[in-house]
Each structure stands twice: as structure tokens, then as C-alpha cells.
Design a protein around this ligand. Structure first.
Ligand SMILES: [Zn+2]
Ligand SMILES: [Zn+2]
Length: 468
């Protein structure tokens, strides 16, 4: 079998891998790099187009985050015969997040903040969406090859990351032996507040394609979800008691709903006064509706929990009204999670950072160089020298950092020791490390090498094929 990564390999970037197995071209994910605009954020589809012996028959989408699904419309346009597979909730989420992305791209062109034309529009998505096939968890389905005329069996496994997120198992005959590949997608072996921990196939697996997001985070494995949840509750309560405002930057899909579930629990258990207003905005409300609608048909810790029933105030749209809302103490659960420029969480943080009674509480992963990462770096500098400045948006320029900045390990990804446990459990002969910055993948490689020296490790480079 031949494996090639077409997305980023030394950062989180766009997830997109191609396997040529048993005469079938199977693509795993078709994401965009959240840090890039337009064509720069796309995987190297050109790599396939330029080669007559390489083909894509099927694409399997692990989940509906942009770094895994954002390039799907471009892929389907460029390779119109490709068949698209995902879980049912991922399909519902994709049918919401892709049109939202099309509208955002169009708006950026109108506002003059885009560097290129939109990659796709809503009309095109309408035409494409009937091509998406959805599948139940742990139910095998067959992928037939068109050009090579072979066959591969595939199955999705709940991955514990967000609604609908799944790992992907592929099994097929090669020569005279049965081979099995498992792609983790984004995975969390432990339960969060809404979504239970992942399920995985029984061993033996030949090849494990494993995410490494938190491979360079030594703190995450030293905490437990329970202690982080308590610390987060305590942090929010203190901000409220000193009359401050806290912003919790979140990904609109997944992290937002998990954080709302937590805050709801804090209020019910008296860890946070019931009167603390919780502001939310935009897309995350539509996503909450999807979480609620699928609660009896996809894995859930408590099927009775309804995200939309959590007490929330809609953040005013006008910036004047928003500024007034920020004067009052409260909690703002707002996207984007990495505080990209021009998103609401970035704008709100700009209003809050100069006052020490306020707080920015980060609950997800902060990619290197993003505003969330710059804020953490400024906080570290402040710890050393007593004061620091931060640039949240170059247009605004540098601002004094006076508010509290705290990071809570409430990620939707497994920490690195848990990823090693997953390697042990699946006991593969080869591990391909993807979806992590260089340092993160290197830590994973060194540790797999140390604990399981018989396992072959591959750190794939973009556009380089590997025979597995
Ligand atoms: Zn994800
Ligand atoms: Zn991801």
C-alpha cells in the first residue's frame, strides 16, 4: 500500500492523506489550513492530477472541523467521480459549516479583506451535498475501485472528539494477506462533558495513522479533567466576584458546546452563581441545535442534556451595544478558538486585556503564531518581568496586558501519554505520525521508539509517497 500526505506535515494545517490500496484510491480527509486564506490553505490536489498512475475513488471524512473537511467542495469539483463518505452527524455538521464558510469567504471579498476569490459558493454546495453518503458507526461498507477495480472494506469508529467525529478502519487483501489500517482522525480516549471517549477497533492493526496535536504539551498529561474543570469553575467565579468579564475563546463546533455544558453544571452545583450572564453568538447556536437533534442517535454521556436549554444571552451585533455588554460582569463563550484576527473572540479580548479585573481563559489548542499563542507568550513574559504588551491584531497594534490569562486543559484531543496508550492498545507494526507540529511528532516518535522498539515509525513529508 502506498501512503502520501497532501496537506501539512510539520504543523496542524490541512489534514489530507491518500492511500493507494488494493487498486482503490482512498483519501482520508480533505481539510484546509485554518491559518491560510484561499488556495494557499488547500491540500496539494495537483500532486494527484499530475500523475497518471494515482487516482482518488473515495474520500472518507473523519469530522466536520475545517482542517479536515474545508477543502471537500474543491476536491469534489476537481475529481467529480469521487464518492464521499462520513457519519450521519458529520454530514449534518458539514452541511452547516461549509455554507457558513462560503458566506464568510464571500463577505471577505466584499469587505476587501480576502487575498483571493472564494474557493466555492453556496449554490455549488447545494449541488454537491446529495453526493455525501452517510454511514452508521462500526458498520462495514465497501469501497470499490473504479480505475483499479479492487475493493476495500471501511468502517467508522466514534473518536470522542466532537459530534460525529470518527476514526476510520480500512481492511483489504494485499497479496495473500489481510491488512488493516486505522486512521485516528482527531481523537480523545477519555470522556468530555457531552461526548464520551473514543471507541477503537480490536487489534491487530497493521498501520496506525495517528494524530499528534498535543505531543509537545508536557502540562496536559500532568492534569486530570476533574482538576481542570474545578480550576476553571474557580477561575470563572473569581472573575465574577471581582466584577470582571471573562472571555472563553472556543471553536464554534465542539468546544463551545462542551464549555456551555460545563458552565451549566457549575451553576447547578452552586460552583458559579446562577445569575452570571453567559453570552454566546452566531454559528455556535446553530451547532448546538444539531448537537441536540442528534442526542438519541449518536454517542452521548447524557442523552437528556440539551445544549439549547443552557441559559444564554445573545451577544449584541452592533459594536456599541457589544461594548456596553462588556462593561457588565459576565462570561463570553465566543469563537474563534485561536482568536484569529477579525473574529469576535479577538475583538472582545482587545476590549478586555487592559483591565486587570478581566480574564481570557483558553480551553483549546493554540497553534504557534496565532493570536491565542501570542497572548500566552505575552503572559509568560509578564510572569518574568512583571509587565508585557500583546499584539492581538496588527491593525490595533500593541496593547498593555493587564488582565488574567489562564489556560485550562479541556481539549478535545488526547494528551500524549494517552496517545501512547492507544498505540499499545492497537499494537500496530507501523505508526504514521500526522497532524502535529514538528516537536510534537518528534516527541511521539521518540517515545514510541523507546517503549515499543519493534514498531516502525514514519514522519511523513508532504508530497512524498511511502510504501507501507
Ligand atoms: Zn478537530
Ligand atoms: Zn484537527
Amino acid at each position: 500500500m502506498r501512503f502520501v500526505t497532501l496537506g501539512a506535515s510539520d504543523s496542524i494545517g490541512a489534514s489530507c492523506h491518500l492511500l493507494q490500496v488494493a487498486g482503490v484510491g482512498v483519501m482520508l480527509d480533505a481539510g484546509t489550513d485554518p491559518d491560510e486564506d484561499g488556495p494557499d490553505g488547500l491540500p496539494m490536489f495537483d500532486w494527484v492530477r499530475k500523475r497518471s498512475d494515482v487516482f482518488i475513488d473515495h474520500v472518507l471524512v473523519s469530522h466536520a472541523h475545517h482542517d479536515h473537511v474545508g477543502a471537500l467542495p474543491v476536491l469534489v469539483r476537481e475529481f467529480p467521480h469521487v464518492q464521499v463518505h462520513m457519519t450521519r452527524p458529520t454530514r449534518e455538521l458539514a452541511e452547516f459549516v461549509l455554507p457558513a464558510s462560503a458566506r464568510l469567504q464571500k463577505r471577505r471579498v466584499r469587505e476587501g479583506t480576502a487575498t483571493s476569490e472564494p474557493l466555492f459558493d453556496e449554490e455549488e454546495l447545494d449541488l454537491q451535498s446529495f453526493l455525501y453518503r452517510s454511514h452508521d458507526l462500526e458498520r462495514r461498507f465497501r469501497l470499490n475501485g473504479v480505475a483499479g477495480a479492487g475493493a476495500v472494506d471501511a468502517a467508522f469508529y466514534h473518536s470522542g472528539h466532537i459530534l460525529g467525529a470518527a476514526g476510520i478502519e480500512l481492511s483489504f487483501e494485499e497479496g495473500d494477506r489481510l491488512r488493516r489500517v486505522f486512521y485516528s482522525g482527531d481523537t480523545n480516549i477519555r470522556s468530555q462533558s457531552i461526548i464520551p471517549g473514543g471507541s477503537y477497533p480490536d487489534q491487530p492493526i497493521d498501520v496506525l495513522i495517528l494524530e499528534s496535536t498535543l505531543g509537545a504539551d508536557p502540562e496536559a498529561e500532568l492534569t486530570t479533567r476533574r482538576t481542570e474543570e474545578l480550576r476553571f469553575a474557580e477561575g470563572l467565579r473569581r472573575v465574577w466576584e471581582r466584577g470582571g468579564t471573562a472571555v472563553v475563546p472556543v471553536f464554534a463546533v465542539g468546544r463551545a458546546q462542551e464549555v456551555l455544558a460545563l458552565i451549566d453544571r457549575y451553576k447547578r452545583h452552586g460552583r458559579l452563581p446562577a445569575e452570571v450572564p453567559v453570552y454566546t453568538a452566531g454559528a455556535m447556536r446553530a451547532v448546538a441545535e444539531l448537537y441536540d437533534r442528534t442526542r438519541y442517535s449518536s454517542p452521548r454521556l447524557n442523552q437528556e442534556f440539551v445544549v439549547e436549554n443552557v441559559d444564554q444571552v445573545r451577544l449584541p451585533r452592533s459594536s456599541a451595544a457589544r461594548r456596553r455588554a462588556l462593561q457588565e460582569p459576565g462570561i463570553h463563550v465566543i469563537s474563534s478558538g485561536m482568536m484569529f484576527e477579525r473574529t469576535l473572540s479577538n475583538r472582545i479580548a482587545q476590549e478586555l486585556v487592559a483591565d486587570e479585573k478581566n480574564a481570557v481563559f483558553l480551553v483549546g489548542f493554540a497553534q504557534e503564531g496565532t493570536p491565542a499563542d501570542r497572548l500566552l507568550a505575552a503572559d509568560a513574559r509578564r510572569e518574568e518581568s512583571g509587565e508585557a504588551e500583546v499584539v492581538l491584531d496588527p491593525i490595533r497594534g500593541s496593547q498593555p496586558l493587564c488582565c488574567q490569562v489562564e489556560r485550562f486543559r479541556l481539549s478535545g484531543h488526547s494528551h500524549r501519554r494517552d496517545l501512547l496508550r492507544l498505540v499499545e492498545r492497537l499494537s500496530p507494526t507501523t505508526v504514521v505520525l500526522v497532524h502535529g507540529e514538528t516537536e510534537a511528532r518528534q516527541w511521539m516518535a521518540d517515545n514510541i521508539n523507546f517503549f515499543y522498539p519493534d514498531i516502525d515509525i514514519i514522519l511523513p513529508e508532504t508530497g512524498v509517497p511511502y510504501e507501507l
